[in-house]
Write a new protein. Sequence first.
Length: 400
Amino acid sequence: MNYLFIFSIMILLLFTAFNTAAQDSIIPIDKNMEDVETETAVFALGCFWGPDASFGALEGVVRTRVGYAGGTTENPSYKNIGDHTETIEIDYNPEIISYKKLVELFFDNHNPYTKSYSRQYASILFHHNQKQKETALNIKKRLEAENGRTIKTEIREYENFYLAEDYHQKFRLQQQPDFVSVYLEKLSMDEFINSTAAARVNGYITGAGKKEDIIANINLLGLSLELQERLLERNNIDPAECSPCQNTAAADVEINEEFTDKELREKLSDLQYKVTQLDATEPPFDNKYWDNKETGIYVDIVSGEPLFSSADKFESGSGWPSFTKPLEEANIIEKKDNSLFMRRTEVRSKNADSHLGHVFTDGPEPTGLRYCINSASLKFIPADILEEEGYGEYKYLFEE
């Protein structure tokens, strides 16, 4: 028996399984936040379940954690909290939301004018530095002047924070088995606690979050189309108002070999065939060209017709290659697409009739358009080999 051959097969199967699991675990909004530089705000404003939801739904908030702070009891727990207070720790992107705004929301989201009836639910603002302290004191002074009342909130230096038990983290989300299972099947508990997607859904489930933010994020949360629709309906949003790039995931599409084009099946990979011929969608952030920064042009994988240029490519945060305009408008066909409870504009290639993706009106200037395209429908031709590949007429685009 060839044990080396069997061992090699086993390693290949394990590697394939690992890669499949890794692909399935990708949550677009979490991927977007990996390299974001954050600052931290720490607030205590009563039971921490509500603030965890309301702050987690805010654009600019990257992650939230609930725990215990402000006391001297070592290693507090919910049943032995001692002199600590239920507290929320918020990591935020200061380029999107300011500490001043967070402090204003802190005061708006509870009654700071009444003395708390217990230490566990006290009103405390913990500052990390002098700038945070001055911001908090200035807002407190302004509110007292406007309302003619004394704020009882403590404003004190941050010293320590003890993470609360797992069942308290994203508590509202954890009460929704269908939703929370999506994350707990993909993420460890530590990853779940620090997930932007979990923080958003924890808030959206309670009705927190602005309509426009929910619509913008709905396709980035790692949810199935059914759960996306249910989340939208919970917030009284018509699913038809949303325009994500997603079609049916390629992993959920089966190829019926009896009715396939044999020549294309030999030429294309399974993924390329599913996308171009069966209108499927590849996974975001796990496709060939989403972060490709080389100069060159993109052509149809089936026909080779020129479609887009790297000069018009931009980082959209969607996880798919995005362009502001076609390289050759004559090679692009636009069709109305009302599938998957959405009203969208599908993009197909003219000659091969390949499904490419969709076009939206939320792109940057000068066109204001975003062509959201599947990598699997494209072939990239680098600028330095355009001539030899038969695309010499486009060399001028990359000449200085």
